[in-house]
Each structure stands twice: as C-alpha cells, then as structure tokens.
Design a protein around this ligand. Structure first.
Ligand code: URA
Length: 418
C-alpha cells in the first residue's frame, strides 16, 4: 500500500517516484488528507535529491489534473508568456498591447506580487482596472480588444495553489522540478497554445545560477512541447532591475512612457524580443520579419493606443498617470568609479516596504552595472515624502556598489532555448 511516509523515505534515499506515488501525494495534499508537516518533509527531500525528467513530467501532469483546463478555442489561437519573477519586470504590460495591436490574442492570467518580485495584477490595478473577471467576460474583452489581463481563477491548478503556499512558507521554492511543474502546470491549464517563458537568472531571481536557469528553461520547454504547445524560453538577466522604476505606480509610469515615446531600454528590448518570438511562432515567419512587425507596432504608437484601449475596456483610467510632477529625494553617490553590482533583491524588498506607506510611490534607479559614476552624482530617486525617504536613504545607497575597477555592462539575454 502506498503511504506518504514510504514516499518520503523513498525520495530521501534519492529514488525515483512512480506515477501512482506522485498522484498519491499531489491528490492527498490537495484534498487535505496529508498534513503540512509530512508534505514539508517530502518537499525538502525533493529539494535535496531532485527529480528526474520523467518524475517532473508526471508531477506536472498530476498537478494539471487537480483542476480543469481552460478552453480558449472560441477566441482562436491564444499566446502567453511567463516570467519566473524579477524586479522592475513589466514586460507583460508592454508586450500584451504590442501583440494585440498586431491582431493577435492574449488572455493573460497573472498573479500578485510574491516576496521581492512584482505582480502584473497589482500593476494593472494601479490604473483602477478590474482584473477580477469571469472567464466569459475575459473572453469577450479578448475578442474585442485582443488582450485582457485577469487574476488567476481559484480553480486554476488547485494543487499548485496549496503546494506553492507551503513551499513559500517552508523555504522549499528553489527546486528545479518543483518550479518547472508549478509554472508549466499553470501554463497548460491556462489554455494558450503558443508560449514564451522568460527564465530570470541572477541575484534578483529565484535562479541565481546560470547553468541551473538554462536547465530549468530547457526542461520547461520540453514539457510544454510534449503537451503539444509551441514553446521556447528566453534566459534573461536579473542581476539588476530590468527597467528603471520599481514600485507598481512607478513601473506603470515607465510602461506608459516607454510605449508613448518609444524609449529604448532593456525593458523595451526584452519585451520586444518576447513579442517577436511569439509573433514568429504564431505567424510561422522568421524572427527577423516578426521583429520588424513588432518594431512597427511600437514606433507607430499602435501598441500605445492599444494599451489605452486595454485599460479602458477593463474600467481603468490612463489619466491617473497624467504628467504630474512627483516629489522625490535624490540618493547621491559617495564615491566615484564604476557600478560594480546592484543588490536587486534588496531593492525589490525595500521598495515593497516603502510602498506600503501611504504617499510613497517607489523609486527610479538611474544607473546600470558598468556605468561610470562621479562623486556626488544622483544614482537613485526615492518618490516619497521626505520623512519616509530619509528613513530609507542609507539602505538604498547601500544597494549600489561602486568600485574603482572598470566593470562591463551585463548582457540582457543569455540564451534562447527552442
Ligand atoms: N513561479 C511559479 O509560478 N512557481 C514557482 O515555483 C516559482 C515561480
């Protein structure tokens, strides 16, 4: 007879679990028949001993089968992307309007921010847009506008909802098979047929090792393809914030100015790259031709107009972000040299804390790794009332490490895995 105690012992010895054993613990924990303590022991054993590819595929399927799969066929072939989580990562809010402005469809189910990472839903709600949509409402908007952003439904992979919450509490998030099955089961359940994964690598990401990040990307693409999804993955940098701004309000402000003024940045480049990969897979055209289409959508402001349409169709207001002058306090460099490193996770956590205070909007980080900095130069702007900005000043100053040694700028994309 299968028992959870036997499964834990087997995994602790590093042995592979069978399909029946995996179904047993996924279903048992989801239904509340296995308690948190035993499940934590199993998660720890998985973190320590890992899972082979077959087990990871079985785990993904078992999690997927804990809920129902969304059918988006009435809209046509839908596109999706997923980021493994980072700081100042608003790519979804840039690429969704790009795709919709090119006549493609995206029903984007997103989550809220988790720990130091931002969440698309929190950002989109800064427009006062309604993201608590029923599936029928979302499909109607997607049919009309092209793209819609909504909260993940309660029934989307219930096993992941419970297991992820426990992993978050018990420090068992950073495991390749657990991350892969969590992300891929949700993507498979969401109904899209063409998906680009953005696997973040770096100090401000779950994957702090590039080799492991590439392994994760390869594994997830393989599982998606096995499930007849057209997929590829980008392994991108998270050793510094992707955009300049951190904090929901400030990040959305950056999204608007990026699309309105076509401002070149790492944030725009990554968004356009992911959009181009999706367009190329959907239209079966070369990446070169797809890139030209995406560039056109941005330079001709089609994507900006589409963003406005997306916001208003979900009851939001773009004029909440009109050109008001925000007060800020400048963080000033106390030495000269080159930006050697940026404590990205710390920046995310600090800004999370700052933005919980009424009237505090977030920060702009004005430097990137490799930049030459003079003594007394402005490196960060804290958009908060002075008394709060002063409280955080030293902590923000310490996130930017300046050294006399010349440092090279960081790559943005380390690999694309097909
Ligand atoms: N994002 C997810 O959805 N799941 C994980 O396990 C990690 C990041």
């Amino acid at each position: 007879m299968i028992t959870i105690e036997k499964i834990i012992k087997k995994k602790a010895k590093g042995k592979a679990l069978s399909k029946e054993e995996i179904n047993f613990f996924v279903n048992g924990y989801t239904k509340g028949e296995i308690n948190d303590e035993l499940m934590t022991s199993l998660l720890k054993a998985i973190c320590e001993k890992g899972m082979n590819e077959k087990e990871t595929i079985r785990l993904t399927t078992s999690m997927l089968n804990s809920g129902s799969r969304i059918d988006l066929s009435s809209i046509g072939v839908c596109l999706d992307k997923h980021s493994s989580g980072g700081v100042s990562d608003s790519t979804t809010l840039i690429l969704a309007p790009i795709l919709a402005s090119l006549g493609l469809k995206m029903v984007k189910m997103s989550g809220r921010s988790l720990g130091f990472t931002g969440g698309t839903i929190d950002k989109f709600e800064t427009f006062e847009a309604n993201t608590n949509l029923s599936l029928d409402e979302a499909k109607e908007i997607a049919n009309k506008v092209g793209a819609v952003i909504l909260c993940q439904t309660e029934t989307l992979v219930p096993a992941d909802k419970k297991i992820y919450a426990l992993r978050d509490k018990t420090n068992t998030v950073a495991s390749l098979p657990l991350i892969a099955s969590s992300i891929v089961s949700k993507k498979l359940a969401s109904g899209a047929k063409i998906i680009v994964l953005d696997v973040k690598y770096g100090e401000g990401a779950f994957m702090e090792n590039l080799v492991e990040a590439k392994k994760l990307a390869k594994l997830m693409v393989k599982i998606l393809k096995k499930n007849k999804i057209l997929a590829c993955a980008v392994v991108s940098d998270m050793n510094q914030p992707l955009g300049n701004n951190i904090g929901n309000y400030m990040e959305v402000k950056e999204v608007i100015s990026t699309l309105k003024e076509n401002i070149d940045s790492r944030l725009l480049t990554l968004s356009k790259t992911i959009a181009s990969l999706l367009v190329s897979m959907k239209e079966k055209i070369s990446l070169n031709v797809a890139t030209k289409k995406v560039d056109f959508a941005v330079s001709e402001k089609l994507a900006y107009e589409k963003l406005k349409e997306m916001v208003t169709s979900q009851g939001g207001k773009l004029n909440l972000f009109k050109e008001e002058k925000l007060n800020f306090i400048s963080v000033i460099s106390e030495s000269s040299g080159y930006v050697n490193s940026i404590k990205t996770k710390e920046l995310g956590e600090l800004t999370h804390e700052l933005c919980r205070i009424k009237g505090c909007k977030g920060v702009s980080v004005l430097v990137k790794v490799g930049d030459k900095i003079g003594l007394g130069e402005e490196i960060i702007r804290i958009y908060a009332p002075k008394k709060y900005a002063d409280m955080f000043y030293k902590k923000y100053l310490d996130t930017i490490k300046i050294s006399k040694i010349k440092t090279s700028p960081l790559p943005l994309i380390y690999d694309i895995i097909y």
